[in-house]
Write a protein that binds this ligand. Structure first.
Ligand code: 5GP
Ligand code: ZN
Length: 118
């Protein structure tokens, strides 16, 4: 996908601070961090979202990267939250499958927040 910013990150066309990578996934710092630790994990290959016929090995690689990122960011012991926004109501703004790994501060106890309106 030539117009996808995360494909551009994966291709090296957009610079990013890489936290972890292997042959299947890349983890890099979010450009607008919501917490002291805020890293995104993406598959190198473009899938729009988790329902986009994502192969098992890619799903596994995404999840296996989570503790690697947590360790790299120093939040293994303090804890962190893993988020996957999907579609319009899920608040997904970049349509390339990704996980957020967020930590370094206490999260709200509620897992969800809602936005008024449509
Ligand atoms: P979403 O809202 O789709 O779940 O999350 C997309 C995330 O990507 C946002 O947190 C946003 O700050 C981040 N983001 C958008 N464009 C870029 C970019 O070009 N580079 C990096 N590193 N992060 C980006
Ligand atoms: Zn993409």
């Amino acid at each position: 996908m030539s117009d996808c910013v995360f494909c551009m990150v994966a291709n090296g066309e957009i610079p990013a601070t890489i936290v972890f990578e292997n042959e299947t996934v890349i983890a890099f710092e979010d450009i607008a961090p919501q917490a002291p630790a805020h890293t995104l994990i993406i598959p190198r290959v473009h899938y729009a979202h988790v329902g986009d016929d994502v192969p098992d090995d890619v799903l596994l690689a995404l999840m296996k990267a989570v503790p690697e990122v947590a360790a790299a960011k120093g939040v293994t012991e303090s804890g962190y939250r893993v988020i996957m926004n999907t579609g319009r109501d899920g608040g997904q703004t970049v349509n390339h499958l990704h996980l957020h790994v967020i930590g370094g501060r206490r999260m709200a106890e509620s897992m969800v927040t809602f936005t008024e309106g449509t």
